[in-house]
Design a protein around this ligand. Structure first.
Ligand code: SAH
Ligand code: SF4
Length: 392
C-alpha cells in the first residue's frame, strides 16, 4: 500500500467505516490496479481490465456507489464495497457570489479544511481554482493564505476530490465537452503546488486521463511563487501550463512581497522559466502581477517588466489586489492599472486585467483562508508593514 493510502487511514481512524477504507476515487490507474490485486478483488491477470472498468465508472460517470457499476458482477461489487470506499469528503459550506462564483469549504479530516472556487465565465470557459496545500509556508505579504501557515500537503486524492465535488455540483458528469461548465483548472487556490509536486503530478494524471474527466493538460495551469529548482520537473512530469507569481521586477522589492525570492532570486528564476519544457508562442508562460498601490505600479515598473521578460513567450495577468481584513496594502487605481497595461500591450504582450470574482464571499485570489483557521485565529492578526515603494 502506498504511503498516501496509509495517511488517509490514519487521519480517518475515528470516522465512519466508509471513510476508514482506502478510497479508490483518488488513485492513479497503477495504484488502482495494485489495490485491487492486494485486496484479492482481482487476479493479477485480470486487474488491468477490472481497473479499467472501475476507472470509467469513477472518472467518466462520477459514481460514488459500487452498486451503480452495472457491468460488474454483484459479488464483485460487494467485495469492492467491503474493501474500499468511493465517498467524497464532506462539504462544510457552499457559498455563491452575486457574480456566480461558487466557493466550497471542504473538510478533509477533523480540523483540516480546504477551499475550492469555481469561476464561471462567458462561452463555457469556467475555471476551477484548486488548492494544493492546507495553508502555505511562504508568507507572501499581500496574501491571506500566507497568514495561515501550513497545516499540511494535500494528497492526490484530495486534489482530485475538489474537481469531483465541483462536477457533482455543476452537473458536469455525462455532459459532452462542448456543454461542460468546468473546462479549465488552475492551481491558484491555497498553497504552493511545487512544494507538493508529487501529489499535484498524480492528480494531473488522473484529471487529464482521456477515459475519465479528460481535461487536457493544456487547460491545466500550475501557478508558483517561484520554486525555481522544481520548474523543470513540473514541466517534465505534468506538461502543465506554467504561471509565475512575479509581482516585482527588482530583487529588493520582490524579497519583501514574495519572500521565497531571497532563496531563488530573479536571475535564477528567469533562467529556469526560459528553460521550461515546451515553452513556445502556442504555450506561453503567464506572469501574474498583483497591482499594489504605490508599491509596484508605476510606468517605470511596467517598462522594467517588459525588459525582464524580453524574449520569453508570455502573457501577463494583471491582478487588482484583493483586500482582506488587516491587509497592509491597497489596490492600485483603475487609471494606474490601465496605464500599466497599455505599456505592456504596446510592447506586444497580451495583458488582461483580471476581473475580481467572488470578492463578496472572500473567494478571490489571495483571499482564501479556511473557516476553521479563521475561527481559531480571529483574535490573532499578523501585523505586516507595507514594503517601501522604492526599494532599490
Ligand atoms: N502559491 C501559488 C499559487 C496560489 S496563489 C502562487 O503563489 O503562485 C494564486 C495567485 O494569487 C498568485 O499569483 C498570488 O500571488 C495571487 N494572490 C495572492 N494574494 C492575492 C491578493 N490578496 N490579491 C490578488 N492576488 C493575490
Ligand atoms: Fe503561498 Fe501563493 Fe499565497 Fe505566496 S501567494 S503565500 S506562495 S499561496
Amino acid at each position: 500500500m502506498s504511503p498516501r493510502l496509509s495517511t488517509t487511514l490514519d487521519i480517518s481512524r475515528a470516522a465512519p467505516k466508509a471513510f476508514a477504507l482506502p478510497n479508490l476515487s483518488g488513485m492513479t490507474r497503477a495504484e488502482l490496479r495494485q489495490a485491487l490485486i492486494e485486496a484479492g478483488v482481482a487476479a493479477p491477470d485480470k486487474a488491468k481490465m477490472r481497473a479499467g472498468q472501475i476507472w470509467g465508472w469513477i472518472h467518466h460517470h462520477g459514481v460514488t456507489d459500487f452498486d451503480a457499476m452495472t457491468n460488474i458482477a454483484k459479488e464483485t461489487r460487494a467485495a469492492l464495497a467491503e474493501c474500499f470506499s468511493l465517498a467524497r469528503p464532506e462539504i462544510t459550506s457552499r457559498q455563491q457570489s452575486s457574480d456566480g462564483t461558487i466557493k466550497w469549504l471542504i473538510r478533509l479530516a477533523p480540523g483540516v479544511e480546504v477551499e475550492t472556487v469555481f469561476i464561471p465565465d462567458v462561452a463555457h470557459s469556467g475555471a476551477l481554482c484548486v488548492s494544493s496545500q492546507v495553508g502555505c509556508t511562504l508568507n507572501c505579504s499581500f496574501c491571506h493564505t500566507g497568514t495561515q501557515g501550513l497545516v499540511r500537503n494535500l494528497t492526490a486524492g484530495e486534489i482530485v476530490a475538489q474537481v469531483q465535488i465541483a462536477r457533482d455540483d455543476l452537473g458536469d458528469w455525462h455532459t459532452p465537452m462542448e456543454g461542460r461548465q468546468l473546462v479549465n483548472i488552475v492551481f491558484m487556490g491555497m498553497g504552493e503546488p511545487l512544494y507538493n509536486l508529487e501529489s499535484v503530478a498524480a492528480a494531473l494524471d488522473i484529471i487529464s486521463d482521456n477515459e475519465g474527466i479528460a481535461i487536457s493538460r493544456r487547460r491545466i495551469t500550475v501557478s508558483t511563487s517561484g520554486v525555481t529548482p522544481q520548474l523543470q520537473a513540473l514541466g517534465e512530469t505534468t506538461g502543465a501550463q506554467l504561471a509565475i507569481s512575479l509581482h516585482a521586477t527588482r530583487n529588493a522589492l520582490r524579497d519583501q512581497l514574495v519572500p521565497i525570492n531571497k532563496r531563488y532570486p530573479l536571475a535564477e528564476l528567469m533562467a529556469a522559466i526560459r528553460a521550461y519544457p515546451g515553452l513556445s508562442n502556442a504555450r506561453r508562460v503567464t506572469f501574474e502581477y498583483v497591482m499594489l498601490k504605490g508599491v509596484n505600479d508605476t510606468p517605470a515598473d511596467a517598462k522594467a517588466l517588459v525588459k525582464l521578460i524580453s524574449g520569453i513567450p508570455a502573457k501577463i495577468n494583471l491582478i487588482p489586489f484583493n483586500p482582506w481584513p488587516g491587509a497592509p496594502f491597497e489596490c492600485s487605481d483603475r487609471a494606474t492599472i490601465d496605464a500599466f497595461a497599455t505599456i505592456l500591450k504596446r510592447a506586444g504582450y497580451a495583458s488582461p486585467v483580471r476581473k475580481p470574482r467572488g470578492r463578496d464571499i472572500l473567494a478571490a485570489c489571495g483571499q482564501l483562508k479556511s473557516e476553521s483557521e479563521k475561527l481559531r485565529a480571529s483574535a490573532r492578526r499578523r501585523p505586516s508593514p507595507a514594503p517601501a515603494a522604492t526599494a532599490d
